[in-house]
Design a protein around this ligand. Structure first.
Ligand code: SF4
Ligand code: SF4
Length: 607
């Protein structure tokens, strides 16, 4: 059947078509829809899970691959940092069944902390990486990735970027997905137990094997040379493409942009490199023959540019390599069609079409900074802590999730945010270096399970004095409301026992744990004060469901008792509280009737 699907959907369908037996991952934009798509096709012989974090996902999938099963792991690029410990070792041990790790990169970054490049991780771990340029290509390429993984007994990285993940393409597939047949785990400690001797031997083997993979990649069907609309395979003879003296190299989605610009320029050689590591040297050498200058377009780091420089040096090629390192292409952000067109206009002296829409006569859009939703219970939690701690010396350590938005004014309740789970451990660092500061850590329920728990153990063991605030909205809200161990259901569609955050904290040894509804402002403020008076590690579970998936309580309105003091607007920053002709009103389209503002109003004008 043929379907018009998102790039992440294409990756999912590709993995299913390859007979994947086990899929594990942790949600993170831009990768989350891969597992969500797979969940729509449950069938015998397929296990699917949101793991508690990327490291757990990698290890679950590794065991499946040791058994000969085909396994897929999905995450965003910063998730690969979390999973890097098993990844680095797994690269040495290898796999039996095909194992593909999708790590979605986020140039921009649009929804991430970093602009890191997964291709560097492939090089670092010495494992192959595929770099798709369209959803259609991602569909077939991931099937090849499983084959390569099995052929060379290595985990393989697959690195789409945001625009490939979120673009749409027409995918033709057979919906009768047949799980891959596999042998099962065969014990052999000389193979599966990573002793130093094994690592030493396998390291040598891996370096030799990667030369072979590089040669194999040199004839890979996704590496190509095109002249205008004509595309040639990687094994094209140089004479057939030796046209102009200037060439362009492009990778990933940058290739799609460049191809569009150069479609009417058959005199310009466009070289596509879709398998950046191990670098397809023979292909690149053929592609660069008779070329004087080459411009490289790739998002994130100048990885391919560096490989070409090395290759040119090793082979004394008289070719000038231009790109990020020479200042012709920006290092940061995405490379859009217009940006590439502008660079090519100058580089090739060609006329390029500006595809931008003229918006000069359009009214300017209102400024819309990211903000907690109207009725979001996190707003109430932050406000309660703020009220309770007024006048005291505090530090508020935030974390990764919707609640990072607690940093916005007027709440201004997020002094630090580093990476998943870091708020809890950073609060400890602040306490140990300044005992007079009241140190708070805010963490969401999903992040608590992902990487918060160990930080709490550390706090208890090392005698920190901190208040942990778990903002428990019973979902993984920011990435699309995925379930987690506290929600009572999993990706196999089963209802399972909820894992209690309170019981975990009790087990770790916390003596003071208060669960409170943050929308009951008085009780919430009282809970914060009570915890703050205790020494040691104490916790407040602010429990209230995410407003995006719960039924709103109704609507609130402002009566004529209002004295227009604007305290509600000034203190809460709820987007439903607005001014019309200077008067404070509630936008009925946005209000969820959470009632927080009615508890703030000094004259009880809101009900
Ligand atoms: S806090 Fe009450 S009185 Fe003041 S503007 Fe808001 S609704 Fe009106
Ligand atoms: S009740 Fe008040 S705080 Fe809650 S959503 Fe409506 S306007 Fe916002």
């Amino acid at each position: 059947m043929k379907e018009y699907v998102m790039g992440n959907g294409a990756i999912a369908l590709g993995a299913l078509s390859a007979g994947v037996n086990l899929v594990a991952g942790y949600p993170g934009t831009p990768s989350s829809e891969i597992i969500e798509t797979i969940s729509k096709y449950p069938h015998e012989g397929l296990h699917l899970e949101w793991s508690i974090n990327e490291k757990a996902a990698m290890e679950v999938a590794a065991a499946a691959a040791y058994s000969g099963a085909r396994s897929l792991v999905t995450m965003k690029q910063v998730g690969l940092n979390v999973a890097s410990d098993p990844l680095m070792s797994l690269a040495y041990v290898g796999v039996k069944g095909g194992m593909v790790i999708v790590s979605a990169d986020d140039p921009g970054p649009i929804s991430s902390q970093t602009e890191q490049d997964t291709r560097r991780f492939a090089d670092f771990a010495r494992i192959p990486v595929f770099d798709p340029s369209t959803p259609e290509e991602a569909f077939s390429m991931i099937q090849d990735a499983f084959v390569y993984s099995e052929k060379y007994h290595t985990p393989v990285l697959f690195r789409p970027t945001t625009r490939v993940d979120h673009a749409y393409g027409a995918i033709e597939y057979d919906s009768d997905f047949r799980p891959h047949e596999y042998e099962g785990f065969v014990k052999d400690s000389s193979k599966w137990v990573i002793f130093p001797r094994l690592s030493y031997n396998n390291h040598g083997m891996i370096e030799k094997r990667n030369i072979t993979i590089g040669e194999d990649f040199s004839v890979n069907r996704y590496n190509s040379i095109s002249l205008g609309k004509k595309v040639y395979g990687a094994d094209i003879l140089k004479s057939e493409t030796a046209a102009g003296r200037k060439a362009v190299v492009a990778t990933g989605v940058s290739h799609s942009y460049t191809k569009e610009i150069l479609k009417d320029h058959p005199d310009v050689r466009l070289i596509k490199i879709s398998t950046p590591y191990p670098f397809p040297k023979d292909f690149a050498l053929r592609a660069l023959t008779d070329i004087d200058e080459v411009m490289v377009f790739e998002e994130l780091s100048p990885y391919v540019e560096e490989q070409l420089l090395k290759l040119a040096g090793e082979n004394h090629l008289p070719v000038k390599i231009l790109g990020k390192l020479t200042g012709h292409v920006p290092h940061n952000g995405e490379l859009g069609t217009n940006l590439i067109a502008g660079i090519l206009k100058e580089y090739l002296g060609i006329e390029t079409k500006d595809t931008r829409i003229d918006t000069s006569d359009a009214p300017s859009l209102p400024v819309r900074p990211p903000v907690l939703c109207a009725g979001c219970p996190h707003r109430a939690s932050f406000y309660a802590v703020k009220l309770a701690m007024k006048g005291k010396k505090t530090v508020y350590c935030g974390d990764i999730g919707c609640y990072t938005l607690g940093n916005a004014k007027p709440l201004d309740m997020c002094d630090t945010c580093l990476c998943m789970g870091a708020g809890i451990t950073m609060a400890q660092g602040f306490y140990h270096t300044d005992k007079d500061t009241h140190c708070f850590a805010f963490v969401g329920d999903s992040t608590f399970f992902a990487s918060g728990m160990t930080g709490v153990v550390n706090a208890v063991y090392n005698e920190a004095n901190i208040t942990l605030c778990v903002l428990d909205n019973s979902t993984t809200a920011m990435t699309g409301h995925q379930p987690h161990p506290g929600t009572g259901r999993n990706m196999m569609g089963n209802v399972v026992d909820k894992i209690s955050i309170v019981k975990i904290l009790e087990g770790i040894g916390l003596k003071k744990i208060i669960t409170v509804d943050p929308l009951d402002l008085e009780a919430a403020v009282g809970a914060v004060r009570e915890c703050d008076e205790e020494t040691g590690v104490k916790a407040i579970i602010f429990k209230s469901p995410c407003i995006a998936i719960s039924k709103p309580a109704g609507k609130c309105e402002i009566s004529n008792k209002c004295i227009n003091c604007k305290k509600c607007i000034r203190e809460l920053g709820c987007p439903a509280l607005i001014t019309v002709d200077g008067n404070t009103v509630i936008d009925q389209a946005l209000c969820t009737g959470c009632g927080l503002c009615s508890q703030v109003c000094p004259v009880n004008a809101i009900s």
